[in-house]
Design a protein around this ligand. Structure first.
Ligand SMILES: *[C@@H]1O[C@H](CO)[C@@H](O)[C@H](O)[C@H]1NC(C)=O
Ligand SMILES: *[C@@H]1O[C@H](CO)[C@@H](O)[C@H](O)[C@H]1NC(C)=O
Ligand SMILES: *[C@@H]1O[C@H](CO)[C@@H](O)[C@H](O)[C@H]1NC(C)=O
Ligand SMILES: *[C@@H]1O[C@H](CO)[C@@H](O)[C@H](O)[C@H]1NC(C)=O
Ligand SMILES: *[C@@H]1O[C@H](CO)[C@@H](O)[C@H](O)[C@H]1NC(C)=O
Length: 663
């Protein structure tokens, strides 16, 4: 029956286009206005068009559309009747019989929608009298009258049962039947009344077996008949929340996703489709879920997921599919093999463009600071399209994206109100240290994170660590020694009994030494040594520590300040006290240089010899020597061969000079 009236409508519209090509432009315009929900504008436009023409076919078409708008969307039924009446008035002007019949049917439908079944029956009766018995609308009219009468008597019967069995499950079923009678377009055709009935059923019998269906029906009427998609959406959601294990919950998710999809909100549809797949893996309409998920992914330019969805649909679902179900993917007019070819083509097309589109998506995610998304796109792109320039670009970004994602995850964690303070401090500290590392090396950002730690967690040792690390960044990366000194001093002041305070003292010594503030440097180094020593064991039995370094640098401060006696004393004591130091060779070279300055050539040669003996096959001593002594005037060597040559030459020179002076 409904198919038939659709057929009439279709031929009706086609007829208009044939008669009047201009009408097509109007049809498009009106259609767009209706889609956008601009119903008043649409009816005004149609009204004006109808008045501006003498073509009764066009007039009839306009009024028909107006009637539809009032009936379908704004639910102003009296106005709908007025519109259809205007068509009926065109009868005397020679309106085509088909159009007259259609308007009569529509007018009858509006009356039954209003609950005026008596009028509706009279109108259908008029149709029966007008249309020849051979015409199918004649049968339609008869059928409609029969349906209404049957429905009304059924309604009375169900109402009787509902009263007789009040409060029992039988009454619940009767009430459900009543709602169904109102719902059915061919029966009582009152969706609003049906909704009331379903709602009162839910209230009186919340635990009834058909409760999920009743709720779903309310949503579905709002969605498909009353065009109240916001209300429909909320009601579908309630189905999924209140009856999560029901089949109607699965269908409600499907409908919610479809509402988003048909209003082009693809990115909202996707998570709902995904949830449906996950929660209801046996959903009867899974083939449509796969297909529409593919469409939504394609629209949001996620080609890998679009391809995966279409492939699954193509290989797992389509071969099994009853062609009758192709309507679920809006392809009722195609054969299975046509659908197959179309989807194959689509997959090929997507695959061809994938690398380029993915790179675009990667860049967009990164620009939107959605780094975890960018990272997963990059990883997938590298894995699925290797050897493409796009994958290469993704690979280049990978290390950076990994760090940015790690930071993003930590920041997300920080949003959690229940996070214990110590974890907050750890997370903030970790953010700073990730910013410091390659390839990010974003020092200002690192400092920002460290400042957060010292600001919010002043009592924790993590604050000392944060201050200490900012000191290092100021000193070593940002060439800001004064800021560095401030940071170190704050560590020492606020957390004196920490490893960080010990190290801060050492770093202060370093800064002062480089700034030629020698006395302050000496004091800082002395303080460093005063802390309990924390050894680091090296290969060859050597032992390093901040104290060892500080001790050595005391010698260097004296040396730099040309206090050679003090320097000599410091280095001699260093050699005596720190027999496991990795800086012994360096100390010998300093001593040799000092002795040479003091014209003690034999002693100088002796120290060079000690260094020479120690160094071969001793990378630790060699490395330290280069680190500590490369600043010495004539030793500007950075490789071990050059160092050894320097030592030998100096020793030879000194020995010759010594022999010479002895003669
Ligand atoms: C249905 O109603 C909404 C407003 O709720 C409107 O935007 C939409 O265009 C309507 N749908 C149709 C097909 O007219
Ligand atoms: C009114 O609703 C019917 C049934 O849903 C539909 O076939 C028809 O196209 C709608 N009319 C308009 C003007 O949108
Ligand atoms: C609606 O009512 C008609 C006529 O009684 C019936 O043939 C049809 O199956 C009903 N449709 C639904 C969905 O109940
Ligand atoms: C070196 O050792 C001696 C004897 O144990 C000690 O008196 C002296 O303070 C030490 N010097 C340094 C700089 O550690
Ligand atoms: C020793 O060092 C001082 C100061 O750097 C310098 O003036 C002097 O020439 C040096 N003497 C020798 C013998 O190298």
């Amino acid at each position: 029956m409904e198919t038939r009236s659709r057929l009439i409508l279709l031929s009706h519209v086609l007829l208009i286009f044939l008669l009047c090509p201009l009408a097509y432009a109007h049809f498009e315009e009106v259609h767009t206005l209706i889609q956008a929900g601009h119903y008043t504008e649409a009816t005004n436009k149609l009204e004006a068009l109808a008045e501006s023409t003498n073509d009764i076919a066009v007039q009839s078409w306009c009024y028909y559309q107006i009637g539809e708008i009032y009936y379908n969307y704004t639910h102003q039924y009296t106005r709908a009747i007025e519109a259809y009446d205007k068509i009926l008035k065109l009868e005397k002007n020679g309106l085509a019989a088909e159009e007259l019949f259609l308007a009569i049917i529509k007018k009858g439908d509006v009356h039954s929608r209003m609950g005026n079944y008596h009028e509706a029956i009279q109108i259908y009766d008029r149709l029966i009298k007008l249309a020849p018995a051979s015409h199918f609308v004649h049968k339609t009219g008869l059928q409609k009258i029969r349906d209404i009468n049957r429905a009304l008597s059924d309604l009375r019967e169900q109402q009787r049962i509902a009263i007789q069995y009040k409060g029992t499950p039988l009454a619940a079923i009767a009430q459900f039947q009543i709602a169904e009678l109102y719902r059915n377009h061919s029966q009582l055709n009152q969706p609003e009344k049906a909704i009331e009935e379903y709602a009162s059923l839910l209230e009186a019998h919340p635990d009834a077996i058909m409760a999920p269906e009743a709720r779903w029906r309310i949503a579905h009427l709002r969605h498909t008949v009353l065009n109240q998609s916001a209300l429909a959406m909320a009601t579908y959601r309630k189905v999924t929340e209140d009856y999560p294990s029901s089949n109607f919950a699965a269908d409600a998710l499907f409908q919610m996703a479809n509402i988003h999809r048909t209003t082009k909100k693809y990115s909202l549809a996707i998570p709902i489709f995904e949830k449906l797949k996950q929660r209801h893996p046996n959903f009867w309409n899974m083939h449509a879920v796969l297909y529409w998920t593919g469409v939504c992914y394609e629209q949001t330019l996620n080609y890998p997921k679009a391809i995966a969805s279409f492939e699954t649909f193509l290989h797992a679902y389509l071969p099994q599919l009853d062609p009758g179900y192709l309507g679920q993917i809006s392809m009722h007019d195609k054969s299975v093999s046509e659908v197959k070819a179309e989807i194959r083509r689509k997959i090929e097309e997507l695959a061809e463009q994938m690398a380029e589109v993915e790179l675009g998506r990667l860049n967009k995610a990164r620009a939107d600071r959605d780094f975890s998304e960018a990272l997963s796109i990059a990883q997938h792109l590298i894995a699925t399209a290797p050897h493409t320039p796009q994958a290469e670009q993704a690979a280049e970004q990978l290390p950076t994206l990994q760090q940015l994602t790690a930071i993003e995850n930590l920041r997300e964690k920080l949003q959690d109100q229940n996070l214990v303070p110590i974890e907050v401090a750890r997370a903030r500290l970790q953010i700073g240290s990730i910013y410091e590392r390659k390839p990010l090396q974003d020092h200002p950002k690192a400092i920002e994170a460290y400042q957060e730690v010292s600001k919010h967690h002043a009592d924790l040792t993590h604050s000392a660590e944060a201050l200490y690390r900012s000191g290092l960044i100021y000193a070593e990366q940002l060439s800001a020694p004064n800021e560095a000194i401030q940071a170190y001093k704050k560590v020492i002041e606020t957390h004196p009994n920490t490893l960080q305070a010990m190290m801060a003292n050492f770093q202060l010594g370093e800064l002062y030494r480089k700034l030629h503030r020698y006395n302050e440097a000496l004091q800082a180094y002395e303080t460093t040594i005063g802390y309990p020593e924390r050894d680091r064991y090296l290969a060859g039995g050597y032992k390093d520590s901040f104290a060892d370094r500080a001790q050595f640098r005391i010698g260097r401060v004296h040396y730099d300040d040309r206090r050679y006696n003090e320097a000599r004393f410091a280095f001699e004591e260093f050699i005596q006290n720190r027999t496991q130091s990795p800086r012994l060779a360096a100390a010998y070279v300093y001593l040799a240089t000092i002795c040479e300055n003091q014209s003690e050539n034999a002693q100088a040669a002796y120290y060079y010899k000690r260094a020479e003996n120690l160094l071969p096959d001793n990378p630790i001593q060699m490395t330290m020597l280069i680190e500590e002594a490369s600043a010495l005037g004539s030793l500007q060597a950075t490789d071990s061969d050059a160092v050894m040559r320097f030592l030998k030459e100096n020793r030879k020179r000194l020995e010759t000079a010594k022999t010479g002076s002895n003669q």
